[in-house]
Design a protein around this ligand. Structure first.
Ligand code: NAD
Ligand code: USQ
Length: 396
């Protein structure tokens, strides 16, 4: 297949490009490199030393003989160029990662909120409108988030996207399936909730074939392909805005920084290893919906953990100390989380468990590159509300 990978220079995008290229697909990376610019804005860098995208593609060709083509394009701002690009290349599938993905970055200031909404909603809508306009019947796979469901404890498993409800009508009760009600916890998560409505409309109105992957927090660094050459290494974010919780705990342990648990650490979240994330995308690619089908939604996660339990696991492995800090976010202190992921298991996913991979991440990655860590960038300082910001100022 000819596959366009929007956001293919990012943390999940890059290993996906390599994995699908190795499977023999023709890969086109479309990215505006905004993530690299945001590193510059924040004064941080990936834990792992990343080469330019052009150099990464050159090395992949040298190692495997396969080519990856890179196209510098802003999917949110350059609608006409995007349409032209699609007309010219006519991909069989489009994988859409091209959004601003950090909740803390999306909550930093009003400017960051506006940027995140403009970038994410326009990127998704531009793509949908351009697919309809060009008449390209590509399978669109979008990376969404488990966070659209919200994290209140309801005691029942979260289904894969749709909820069975019964509505009382004058003619008696009517059974319906509706999109699971969204309850986003940040401006970033809100944009993913808006994406869902855009997908629903374009699938129903224009017959676009869409798969939305509601992904949990991705941890780890390497996949089989990124291991093949030091210059193919994946990015690894550890700073207070982009670093996700488990990857942050791993580097904190490596540099003797107390593990930064927000609040009581009773927040339960869904997780998936980067290798499984890439594999799930391949599985979804091989099982496209038909025109006229509703949006297919998969929960792309393999296990759930409470934040303080993760800290304890990392502490047991490494001897790191745990610090319970005031929470900069507005979120439930404690929640349960039960998630259905039957569809990927049925397609053959054999998940990598946390216990299998953690030690090698600490030793091979976090400790190897520990000298590149700027300790001053570790604290999470983006506050969800003015009141929380004032409280953190008084009691950092
Ligand atoms: P990332 O920030 O590392 O990568 C996103 C890529 O998209 C970057 O290379 C960036 O330059 C590019 N991009 C952003 N806006 C663009 C635009 N307007 N035009 C072109 N390119 C643009 O993020 P990631 O961690 O690889 O996440 C990829 C996707 O998966 C995101 O949509 C995210 O919401 C979702 N996701 C990520 C995680 C996670 O833990 N990392 C978990 C669940 C879902
Ligand atoms: N947390 C800590 N300490 C830290 C960092 C985070 O206790 O040092 C806590 C947070 O308060 C939160 C939880 O850990 O309760 C998860 O935070 P996170 O930064 O790891 O994850 P999140 O903000 O939810 O976002 C990440 C990705 C996002 C993706 C989402 C999937 O950045 O792109 O959509 O995970 S999910 O969480 O399932 O919605």
């Amino acid at each position: 297949m000819k596959i366009a990978i929007l956001g293919g220079d990012g943390f999940v995008g890059w290993p996906t490009c390599l994995h699908l290229s190795e499977k023999g697909h023709e890969i086109h990376i479309v990215d505006n490199l905004s993530r690299r610019w945001i590193d510059t804005e924040l004064g941080v860098q990936s834990l792992t030393p990343m080469d330019s995208i052009q150099e990464r593609c050159r090395i992949w060709r040298e190692v495997t003989g396969r080519s990856l083509r890179f196209h510098l394009l802003d999917v949110a701002k350059e609608y006409e160029r995007l349409k032209q690009w699609l007309r010219e290349h006519r991909p069989d599938a489009v994988i859409h990662f091209a959004e601003q993905r950090a909740a803390p970055y999306s909550m930093k200031t009003d400017r960051h909120k506006v940027y995140t909404v403009n970038n994410n909603v326009n990127a998704t809508h531009n793509l949908l409108a351009a697919l309809v306009e060009t008449g390209i019947d590509a399978h669109l796979i979008h990376l969404g988030t488990m966070g659209v469901y919200g994290y209140s404890s309801i005691g029942a498993p979260i289904p894969e996207g749709y909820l069975d409800v019964t509505i009382d009508t004058p003619n008696g009760p009517q059974a319906q399936q509706i999109l699971y009600p969204t309850r986003p916890g940040s401006v970033y998560h809100m944009t993913k909730s808006l994406d869902q409505i855009l997908f629903q409309f374009y699938a129903q109105n224009d017959g676009l074939r869409i798969t939305d992957l509601h992904q949990g927090i991705v941890w780890g660094t390497h996949t089989d392909q990124t291991r093949r050459h030091p210059q193919l290494v994946n990015r690894f974010d550890y700073d207070g805005d982009y670093g996700t919780v488990l990857n942050r705990f791993l580097i904190q342990a490596a540099i003797g920084y107390p593990l930064t648990v927000h609040g009581t650490g009773g927040q339960t979240r869904a997780f998936i290893h980067i290798q499984d994330s890439v594999r799930c995308i391949e599985l979804a690619l091989g099982d496209p919906p038909k025109a006229g089908d509703r949006v297919r939604i998969f929960n792309q996660m393999t296990e759930t953990h409470r934040v303080r339990d993760l800290a304890e696991i990392v502490s047991r492995l490494t001897g790191a100390r745990i610090a319970f800090l005031p929470n900069p976010r507005k979120e439930a202190d404690e929640n349960d989380l039960i998630v259905k992921n039957d569809q990927f298991l049925a397609l053959g996913l054999d998940p990598i468990r946390l216990e299998e991979g953690l030690l090698s991440e600490v030793v091979d990655v976090a400790r190897k590159f520990a000298h590149r860590i700027d300790r001053s960038r570790v604290p999470a300082v983006s506050a969800w509300t003015r009141e929380i910001a004032e409280r953190l100022d008084r009691d950092p």
